[in-house]
Design a protein around this ligand. Structure first.
Ligand SMILES: [Zn+2]
Ligand SMILES: [Zn+2]
Length: 151
């Protein structure tokens, strides 16, 4: 691939930490690589186009961030992802994880925002659901959008 501005060949470069916020939560992502010509202000390209979606999936589904799921049949409750215990409200907290996205290098992601805490094992985790998915997606796009033009 070549730079759309100066036609130089793009090379992989590691970006400084990217930060994005949405819905009272923030994400810091360290280790994201870009295809760049190296000139300031020239557009950079993602390692591959589906990277944002794959990173979100790695965070939420593939064991990146700890997530409490719903359980119960008649009465839904949020159950700890570790021990199945009942979780309750907790003050905002910081969670950090390292994620491996296929076809990209590992990233370190730091989440700050709303969490729940297990009454059984004490594990601090995120409450699964569309609200969490929306919040994380928006924060992730804000973080990546600070470096890339996202389509
Ligand atoms: Zn360029
Ligand atoms: Zn637990």
């Amino acid at each position: 691939m070549r730079c759309r501005t100066c036609d130089a060949t793009l090379e992989l470069a590691e970006l400084p930490e990217l930060v994005g916020e949405a819905g009272g939560a923030s994400l810091e992502i360290l280790g994201v690589k870009a295809q760049s010509c190296g000139e300031d202000g020239h557009p950079m390209a993602l390692v591959y186009p589906d990277f944002p979606g794959d990173l979100l999936a790695a965070l939420l589904l593939d064991g990146g961030l700890p997530v409490a799921g719903e359980s119960g049949f008649l009465r839904k409750r949020t159950a700890c992802g570790e021990c199945g215990g009942e979780v309750g409200e907790a003050p905002d907290a910081e969670l950090r994880c390292r994620v491996w996205v296929k076809r990209a290098s590992p990233c370190t992601v730091t989440y700050r925002g709303p969490v729940v805490r297990c009454g059984g094992c004490g594990r601090v985790q995120l409450r699964a659901g569309t609200e969490l998915e929306d919040r994380l997606r928006d924060a992730l796009l804000a973080a990546l959008g600070s470096a890339f033009e996202l389509g």
